[in-house]
Design a protein around this ligand. Sequence first.
Ligand SMILES: [Zn+2]
Length: 409
Amino acid sequence: MRDRILSLGLAIATCCAAAVVARAGDGAAFPWTDQAAKAAAAAGTAQSETAGPQSEAPANARKPKSGTNPAAVKAEPASNLAAAKSAPATEKSSKPDVVPAKKIFGAMTAPAQMKARAIGAYSRGCLAGGTALPIDGPAWQAMRLSRNRNWGHPKLVALLEKYAGEVKAKDGWPGLLVGDISQPRGGPMLTGHASHQLGLDADIWFTPMPSRRLSKTERENLAATSMLASDNLSVNKKVWGEGQVNIVRRVASYPEVERVLVHPAIKKALCEAGSKDRGWLAKVRPYWGHFYHFHVRIGCPSDSPTCTKQAAIPGDDGCGKELDDWFKLLTAPPKPKPPVAQPARPVKPKPPLTLADLPAECRTVVGDDAAVMTATGTAPANKSPPAAASKTAATGEKKPPNKKAADAK
Ligand SMILES: [Zn+2]
């Protein structure tokens, strides 16, 4: 059973560690059970900012240190760029393939001005021709602007805009709070997220959008609300309701959307919501974390021939044995400790992905900037993001570009 769970988890691959981790300032206790955390650790699933898997492949999954409290792991730095610039000297190298790809992609503040395409796999790839979701729209607000992760493939960005409009118009939902999508050129990130590398993944908060426009500071600090009850096995009816069911159902109903990741307790609540149409439930996949937000993933766009398609999802609604197996895992008693403590064997951490680990096209996507960074060990000069990143969709009003927000901290 456990193997089945693990293989299912790794097949759907990749959660969004940035939001799984209780962010500094979120003030929320990490609500996993200890068993669940340990089980996830054993599965090598992304629980923390620093220990997330680098790839969907089990062989490349990195396990969090035993006993690590995921809630205690430091959350995002103020700025990707700042983090890249302050990287330890020991990581500098004159060899292009030794520089971690996350440092190169994390330092990119503008998209590659190329034809849009998603390149490679969801957890090992990059994005050309990315566009920014405007930070404000008629029915959405982007959060955590300092991360500069409101970039995606144009098809995903267009879908999110349509989705936001429809939940407001048809579901009575006040609007979407949009979390991380991707970096301007996708790729691995300095913090969090094994996936989100192709501009085809987006995190949407379960918390409804407030009726007023949030300030930049509020977008950094506003705490997301966990949908779980104190047992961590069911939803908290004080915060979970029909609205959340409606918005997940709507996004899972779009043909472009291939998967929506939610915590198993949330999947259970969706299964029990009594929807006559069950087809959309097949796309809603249980996974660790995902109780502050859900993760939306679209399939490879037709303009992206080198985008690696994911395995097909099982054909049923996933409300039966699969969900039962998840709950067995969630409620499994912790393994008894050996009577005599064994000295821990030192584990050599897997090296981070480099450009050589990504599809060759990703070199073109980072272009000369990667060469500059490789030669100097520091981030290249910034390029201004396009206008799309710095104006609202609703009014066209000019806003400070995200780069400014990122550099201000
Ligand atoms: Zn995610």
